[in-house]
Design a protein around this ligand. Structure first.
Ligand code: NAD
Ligand code: AHE
Ligand code: ZN
Length: 376
C-alpha cells in the first residue's frame, strides 16, 4: 500500500516527504495507522549520523500512537480497531530478560531491530523500488507502519493520539526513570541536567515521588519557566558558574544540596562530561546518578573510582525501566487520570510536510516537544 512518510535518505540531510510503499504484515506482525508522532532528540541523533546503528535510507520516528488496522497470521494480543502505541522496547514475556523480572530490556528481537529489519530479516517499507530500513522497530514518521506484535502496547481507547504519542518515549522515559528507575524517595534532593522533552518529565516524576528540592540545569535559560511549572525548585545555568567550568558546577550544586550532594541526579542531555559531573554531584554514601542521555559510539564516561568507593552509584535507564506492553498503558492512564501533565509540553503540532522545520526548532532550542499530526 502507499503511505505518506518522511524518509531519511542519508545522514545529515533534510528528510524527504513523499509516498512510500508498505507491505502487509507478515506472521506475528501488526499494521498500525499512525495518527500522531512526537519528535525525540534521539531521532535527531540518529539523523546526524553519529548513531552506530544508524541505517539509511530509513523512516525515523519512535514516539507514535494509532489504531491497529490489520494483523498478520498468529497475532492474538491485539485486533483491528485497538488503540495502540508501538514500543521500541518490546516485551515478549518469554526471553531471559523478560522472565528475570529485573529489567525491561527484552532481547527477543533486539538484533534485527538494531539492523533496521523486521524479526524475519526483511523490510516492510520501500521507496522507488528499493528497501527502506525500519527505525527502532517503530518508524512512526509514516502514517502507517508495521511492527512486531510484541512491540504493540494496547492503550485506553479514549486517550487522544496527539498527546499520548509522546508516552511512546519522552514521557515514559522521564517519569519512569524517577518512578521505576531511580525509585526516588520522598523528601529527597534531585538534580536534573537538560530541561527538554525528557528532563521535564523526570522533574514531574520526581515531584510526584515527593522530592523536596529539584534543581534543574540547562544552558538555555528559556527552559526554566516550564521547568518551574513542572516542579523545579531551583534553576542553574552552567554558563553562569565560572564560565561553564564543570568542577565549579559540581561544587555549586553540592552546596545547594546541603554540602554532601544530591540524593539523585539525572543526566538528560547526552553530554558525557556532564554525566561524570552528575556522578560526582551525587551524595557521598548513597547518591544515585542516573544516565538517560544518549551519547555516540566512542564517547566514554569516567570518574575517579574513589567516587564510587565512597558510596555513589551509577545506573542507566532505557525507556524509564518501563516494560513495553505492561507499563506503557499505565503511563497513558496516569495522563488520563490527571496525575501527569503531557499537554503543556507539546509546544507545537504540525503537518508532516513541516517536519524538517521541527528538527531545526529542536536545534535552536525552541519549544519542548513537537508532534506531527497526520490529519493536519
Ligand atoms: P531535548 O533536545 O528536548 O532537550 C535537551 C536539553 O538539554 C535542552 O533543553 C538543551 O538546552 C539541554 N542541554 C544540551 N546541552 C546541555 C549542556 N551541556 N548543559 C546543560 N543543558 C544542556 O532532548 P530530549 O528529547 O529531552 O532528549 C534528551 C536526551 O535523552 C537525548 O540525548 C536523547 O537521545 C536521550 N533520550 C534517552 C532515552 C532513554 O531511554 N535513555 C529516551 C529518550 C531520549
Ligand atoms: N542505537 C543507539 C542506541 C541508543 C539508546 O541507548 N537508545 C535507547 C532509547 S533512546 C530513545 O529516545 C534505548 O532504548 N536503549 C536500549 C537499547 O537496547 O538500545 C546507540 O547509540 O547505539
Ligand atoms: Zn526517544
Amino acid at each position: 500500500m502507499d503511505v505518506r512518510a518522511a524518509i531519511a535518505l542519508e545522514p545529515g540531510k533534510p528528510l524527504i516527504v513523499d509516498t512510500v510503499q508498505l507491505e502487509e504484515p507478515h506472521p506475528g506482525e501488526v499494521l498500525i495507522e499512525i495518527f500522531s508522532t512526537g519528535i525525540c532528540h534521539t531521532d535527531a541523533y540518529t539523523l546526524s549520523g553519529k548513531d552506530p546503528e544508524g541505517k539509511f535510507p530509513v523512516i525515523l520516528g519512535h514516539e507514535g500512537a494509532g489504531i491497529v488496522r490489520q494483523v498478520g497470521e498468529g497475532v492474538t494480543s491485539v485486533k483491528p480497531g485497538d488503540h495502540v502505541i508501538p514500543v521500541y522496547i518490546p516485551e515478549c514475556r518469554q526471553c531471559v530478560m523478560c522472565l528475570s523480572g529485573k529489567t525491561n530490556l527484552c532481547i527477543a528481537i533486539r538484533k534485527t531491530q538494531g539492523e533496521g529489519l523486521m524479526p524475519d530479516g526483511t523490510t516492510r517499507f520501500s521507496y522507488k523500488g528499493k528497501p527502506v530500513f525500519t527505525y527502532m522497530g517503530c518508524s512512526t514518521f509514516a502514517n502507517y507502519t508495521v511492527v512486531p506484535e510484541i512491540a504493540v502496547a494496547k492503550i485506553n481507547d479514549d486517550a487522544p493520539f496527539s498527546s499520548v504519542c509522546y508516552v511512546g518515549c519522552g514521557v515514559t522515559t522521564g517519569v519512569g526513570s524517577a518512578m521505576w528507575g531511580a525509585k526516588v524517595e520522598p523528601n529527597s534532593t534531585v538534580v536534573v541536567t537538560g530541561l527538554g522533552g525528557v528532563g521535564l518529565n523526570v522533574i514531574q516524576g520526581c515531584r510526584m515521588m515527593g522530592a523536596r528540592k529539584i534543581i534543574g540545569v540547562d544552558i538555555n535559560p528559556a527552559k526554566a519557566e516550564m521547568a518551574r511549572r513542572f516542579g523545579m525548585t531551583d534553576f542553574v545555568n552552567p554558563k553562569e558558574i565560572d564560565n561553564g567550568n564543570l568542577d565549579a558546577l559540581r561544587d555549586h550544586l553540592i552546596k545547594m544540596c546541603g554540602g554532601w550532594g544530591a540524593d539523585y541526579t539525572f543526566e538528560c542531555t547526552g553530554n558525557t562530561q556532564l554525566m561524570d559531573c552528575m556522578l560526582e554531584t551525587a551524595h557521598r554514601g548513597w547518591g544515585l546518578a542516573c544516565v538517560i542521555g544518549v551519547a555516540a559510539a566512542g564517547e566514554k564516561i569516567g570518574v575517579r573510582p574513589f567516587q564510587l568507593i565512597t558510596g555513589r552509584r551509577w545506573i542507566g535507564t532505557a525507556f524509564g525501566h518501563a516494560r513495553g506492553r505492561t507499563d506503557t498503558p499505565k503511563i497513558v492512564d496516569m495522563y488520563m487520570n490527571g496525575q501527569i501533565d503531557v499537554d503543556s509540553l507539546i509546544t507545537a503540532r504540525i503537518p508532516l510536510s513541516e517536519i524538517n522545520e521541527a528538527f531545526e526548532m529542536m536545534k535552536r532550542g525552541e519549544g519542548i516537544r513537537t508532534v506531527v499530526d497526520y490529519s493536519l
